[in-house]
Write a protein that binds this ligand. Structure first.
Ligand SMILES: O=C(O)COP(=O)(O)O
Ligand SMILES: [Mg+2]
Length: 225
């Protein structure tokens, strides 16, 4: 029997990246004279990677955006965001202890994020977390991404896990839907960037802090399937 596998989302779940995402996004849109977006706005903009985030910012400000300009701004955003890494981004309280106890219980860990790989990998490296995960996949790793269940399933495969013994932890609709589409139990964290209360997403469980994500909870979720 394979070890239990815990699959984590990145932005808003493991790492509080909002300050740096906002900073880089606002720098990027300021370059064409656009007013900054707020944290509240950001919760509606993140979730599908940087390109979609920029496009949604233009929609929010009711500004037209051509494909070429989007690509130019995307390059600006990536350069700014990467250059500042890790910036103010840090793991949420209790997250590192949580990884320690899941690992000590023999569980495997993986990351399934819609952030592009070229951002997720260096960020996790800067934060000293890269070696904790058996697989890390991004929004551009496959031809599909969350909420497509295949993104989670392929992450599990890459990590050497078994979907029947895996759990998805996330903060947004993309994560909970992806888990549901992959027929996995889901844990929603209430402290991330969801634009709706996470209870509305119908996760299997909601946690308010990482102390609640105990080894027993993961085992119970897997066994209850
Ligand atoms: O960067 C994004 O837009 C989303 O990233 P996440 O899937 O790690 O939340
Ligand atoms: Mg997230």
């Amino acid at each position: 029997m394979k070890a239990p596998l815990v699959v984590f989302d990145l932005d808003g779940t493991m790492i509080d990246t909002h300050y740096d995402l906002l900073e880089s996004l606002n720098q990027t849109i300021a370059s064409i004279g656009m007013e900054p977006v707020s944290y509240e706005d950001l919760t509606h903009l993140v979730g599908q990677g940087a390109r979609v985030m920029i496009r949604r910012a233009f929609d929010l400000k009711k500004k037209p955006l051509g494909d070429e300009e989007l690509e130019r701004l995307f390059v600006t955003f990536i350069a700014h965001y990467k250059a500042g890494m890790p910036g103010k981004s840090t793991a949420y309280p209790g997250f590192l202890d949580c990884l320690d106890r899941l690992e000590a219980a023999g569980m495997t860990l993986a990351v399934c994020t819609n952030k592009q790989e070229a951002l997720a990998l260096p960020l996790l490296t800067h934060l000293g977390l890269i070696d904790r995960f058996s697989a890390i996949t991004g929004g551009d790793t496959f031809e599909f991404r969350k909420p497509d269940g295949r993104h989670v399933l392929r992450t599990i495969e890459k990590a050497g896990g078994d979907p029947a013994r895996s759990v998805m932890i996330g903060d947004s609709v993309n994560d909970i839907l992806a888990a549901q589409n992959a027929n996995l139990p889901s844990v929603a964290v209430s402290f991330g960037y969801s634009d709706v209360p996470v209870a509305d997403l119908n996760p299997t469980v909601i946690i308010d802090r990482y102390e609640e994500l105990a080894v027993d909870m993961v085992l119970r979720l897997i066994e209850a399937k």
